[in-house]
Design a protein around this ligand. Sequence first.
Ligand code: CAO
Length: 559
Amino acid sequence: MTQEIRVPDIGDFDAVEVIEICVVEGDTVGVDDALVVIESDKASMEIPAGAAGTVNAIRVSVGDQVKEGDVIALISAATAETAAESPDEPAADGVAAGSNDADEVATAAVAAKDDQPTQRSEANSSTPASGGEVEIRVPDIGDAADVEVIEVAVAAGDEVGASDLLVVVESDKASMEIPAGQAGTVSAVHVTVGDPVAEDSLLVTLKLAAGAAAPPPAAVDDMDESSGIEESAQSVTGEAAPVRGPGAASTGSVQMEYQPDGKVYAGPAVRRLARELGVDLTGVIASGSRGRIVKDDVKSFVKSAMTQPAQTVTGGIPAIPEIDHAKFGPVEVAPLSRIRAAGAANLHRSWLNVPHVTQLEEADVTELEEFRRSLKAEAVRREVKVTPLSFIVKACCHALKAFPSFNASLDTTVKSLTLKHYYHIGFAVDTDEGLVVPVIRDADQLGIWELSQAITELAEKARTQSLDMNDMRGGSFSISSLGGIGGTGFTPIINAPEVAILGVSRLATKPIWDGSAFVPRQILPLSLSYDHRAINGAEAGRFLAALRELLADIRRLAL
Ligand code: CAO
């Protein structure tokens, strides 16, 4: 039976924006699996499937404005057979998917936006105690039942800032992160994980930092009764970032890097899965948009930890010493954006796990450039910009077909190579928020105009932060082009689990000996980094030679 999944009661908000689509048509989902994430000016909320089944249709797109009752997706309910195949997914449990009783469907994972710190602290329920201390209590949680502490993020003695997370509680409807609300030092923590709590339960006592004023008790009473979860939503931090990555192992265990703030951005279903598997979410690298941790991230984390070979050398990676740079002159601390932090963790993971080799080549693209220039007038008419990158993507697809081991992934036990029969080419885009890698799907099926269009559109989406998860996953090979910026060569880091990446630098006119004289030719520097476990040097040399030939004579791309 097909059921309509609708936007639940979203409190005071008339229209909220869809910021993420978490599934694609055909996906099998469990009751708690998020379908979409919506975001108002105050909070974001995951809308779960509410019933196990298959996604038949998605009725919204990223950027759409939706309101209570709007249809998000159609789900055909799982048969008894398929339900039995996923015993770990709880049954619908009386929750009517497609029901208009939004409260029933709304397992809201709420997260305040980064730019709402003051609202977060206002929403926090704190009461003054003696001696410059405040008591942080559970805020109004509406009619939520079975509220439990699922994370305690601080210990007595910890110094916290106003937006720092103290405790995460979870009810039958939502998970709520409760921040400090004010800067200070934690004097006492009154709960532990698993404790049942209710509105006004004492969580933490905080000694206020000098100069910070305790809020008047009225602040709690002033809270709007009806706002319940939504008001509490403001107390949820969305500042999480992917943090530690498995990879640097010492004495047989997986050693992680911690994000200094140690916060996570994940919905209740993901938190529940992490608890079941004993995964500390602060160690999981997020792949969801804006640094949200999704279920697959938790699974990858576990898989990676389980397949980490036992470490035979002790000592691990020596830590870089913490230095007080201010001792040497004025400094300023700039926090990394979530995208940059996620990128840093991914790059570190790849760098530590993959034995990289980078091989260099130069391609004579004189004729390619001549042809590209000849397209200029038509490009203006078509309103598309044709850069060397479109030709490079096209040439890579040809080379990848000839050398399938470059369009592949190694399995985690390094026993087999999965050769992909699709050519989804990722390309690095430099944005103000950091590096992102959107993917051109089936790039081998596209002509130069279409590739140029796809590159322009995806780069624009990347720069306006409107890529959704589908735009960024499933890549089989990546290109990092710094040609528009400069440089004569670099060693790109592989976008694991892919096994190779092509770096492109700025083309230059060089004198080339043609047998009788030096002639000016336009030379494009290429640098191919590859996973030496999957590809050997001779193969890489042949791949680059093929690419060089294709770029030198683009008529070959038509063969
Ligand atoms: N040599 C010389 N000029 C080049 C060139 C090259 N290899 N590649 C592009 N150019 C030119 C273009 O033709 C364009 O010139 P015009 O404006 O005169 O036509 C100009 O440089 C700017 O190109 P572009 O950057 O707008 O377009 P692109 O298709 O080459 O690249 C994109 C698109 C999104 C890949 C790029 O803008 C970008 O973000 N690059 C950075 C990628 C990055 O940061 N990589 C590092 C990752 S760390 O490993």
